[in-house]
Design a protein around this ligand. Structure first.
Ligand SMILES: [Zn+2]
Length: 178
């Protein structure tokens, strides 16, 4: 289990916060993967999200999605230390960034990240899932926000839906209860 290791530039306040968030994110991912492999455990809201945002409902499709979340979980357990992002790469409302496909670079966080909620919608935990999905699933930022997912769905752009980072984050954020 990854805890914030040596080599990070996080300060004494950020380090314990990140340690807590990483452990909680890992544990919530475990619940999600379990639920996707045993769909009887999914709530109607979660099933509805899967159908409307990703267009998946069969056991086979849910298992494939469980494999995607397993990749995210696996990365979070072994990723390099989280770092603070470069000032030039952080917009005023950016949570963080990552380099798609580049596992060695890891996740960078922006100052705005430290002002957002730990576990609700657009949360710190969700941000880790969003950034990890860029790295291990090569997701992109086609649309942000829940309404963005719906817009993609309306346009019936299935491949874009499957590769939209925020969609992985928002499904994760539906499992709020710790
Ligand atoms: Zn992104």
């Amino acid at each position: 289990m990854q805890i914030v290791r040596e080599g990070t530039d996080l300060n004494v306040y950020q380090k314990p916060l990140l340690e807590e968030i990483i452990v909680k994110t890992f544990n919530r991912l475990r619940r999600i993967i379990k639920a996707l492999r045993n769909p009887d455990n999914l709530t109607s809201v979660q099933k509805d999200f899967l159908k409307t945002h990703w267009g998946v409902s069969s056991d086979r499709e849910l298992k494939l999605l469980a494999d995607c979340y397993t990749k995210i979980q696996d990365y979070i357990s072994r990723m390099p230390p989280i770092k603070n992002g470069e000032e030039a790469s952080c917009g005023p409302t950016d949570f963080g960034y990552a380099y798609p496909g580049n596992e060695a670079q890891g996740i960078y966080l922006c100052p705005y990240f430290y002002t957002i909620d730990k576990k609700g919608e657009d949360s710190q935990m969700g941000t880790l899932v969003h950034e990890a999905s860029h790295i291990v699933l090569n997701t992109e930022d086609h649309e942000y926000g829940v309404s963005g997912d719906k817009k993609l769905r309306t346009n019936l752009n299935k491949s874009k839906l499957k590769s939209n980072a925020d969609t992985y984050e928002h499904f994760f954020e539906l499992f709020k209860m710790e």
